[in-house]
Design a protein around this ligand. Sequence first.
Ligand code: GDP
Length: 447
Amino acid sequence: MKSQTKSRNVTIVGAQWGDEGKGKIVDLLGEKAEYIVRFQGGNNAGHTLVVNGKKTVLHLIPSGILHPGKICLIANGVVFDPNVFFQEIDSLNASGAFHGYAPHEIVRVSERAHVILPYHRTLDQLREDHASKGSQGKIGTTGRGIGPAYEDKVARRGIQVVDLLRPEVLRQKLEKAIEEKNILLKHLFHSKELEFAPLYEECLKVGERLRPFVADVRGILQGALTQGRPILFEGAQGTLLDVDHGTYPFVTSSSTVSGGAMTGSGMGPQAMGSVIGITKAYCTRVGSGPFPSEIEETEPETANHIRKIGQEFGATTGRSRRVGWLDLVALRYAVQLNGITGLALTKADILTGFECIKVCTAYRFGGNTLQDFPSSIEVLSQVEPHYEVFPSWPEFDTSKVQTRKDLPEELQKYLDFIEEFVGARVSILSTGPGREETMVFENPFVG
Ligand code: GDP
């Protein structure tokens, strides 16, 4: 298989259902970037970084923030909760993460990003409660208002960051929004109605505090692109949660694939650069929806063991994640959808010492073998996984690994098989949460 091409820019996406360890890889590769950009989702993301043994969890601010002086951008495709933003700014400031820079010098928010307002959170929670009583059941959202904020964006009634700075425009938009939300709250959810005045005052206050951070993020990125400055696009959630290509309707509300990095930041496709897909050595899924290689029922002891040592509990909600074997049918789909040029395989340490490990290489459905990820979730919910079985690898010292040949033979074979099957190189291998527990075989950045 060819080495991956190096590029000035890198786009990082989750290649599974999220929680693949993107935060760690963004932090690691962020060293070579000058600009780090969140382009979709909101504070439903939860990226955990461990630097010098210290843990930081970020929901909204790009994971490059722990490197001094990097410009961290929240672009147009993000839905933006100002309260969460200020909490993160304050806590990063208190821990010295800005290294002497004023926060607004290095963190900027797009004028065009849509704002998550308190009524979005209320509606999110009410909808989930309502859905749990119906036949479809819950989506399993984080209840942070992300979905309702995207709905308003697409319905052309959203409030954008720039509106918070223009009192008259804000008044008109908020009045209209509240009128409509109150109909829903009163008649559909039988819940308390909203009052205009306190919310309007709150939005004006937020706007004033936000003013120094607000910028034409697309313009900043265009300048960076023209000058050849390295940019890293940081995806949140994962490919199989993409609103178009994921397991709809059990998906997130945004475009999580690499194409979303361009629409979500206002860049042309040439800005995308290398695409790194992050995958764990096994699979997890949080929330509802089909999960073909899930082993909660078939191998509950193994599932519990992986969950426990892999600490598979959500960084955003604390929910326990469903566990399964690595699904190569799904991973190949992700490689194709994103144009992945290199994979970062994380949590290889969790599978050490197992008697054997499995990977799913096909689905069986109605007497047929499916090689490709089906579009229908009804089909996907009923498929039976077909597994190949591999021996596990022994523990090894990551710091002694210079090249792939230094890895335990069993792990080399496992990586070779994955690469051959999905058609992408494993260019990064991670064996622990810390920055130092990573082997970068091919850095996707030039230089
Ligand atoms: P993200 O949303 O994709 O950034 O993923 P999360 O932060 O939710 O989950 C990744 C978790 O696994 C974090 O707690 C990381 O510190 C941790 N982690 C990342 N890579 C590895 C690894 O290779 N081994 C182990 N044991 N933990 C890892």
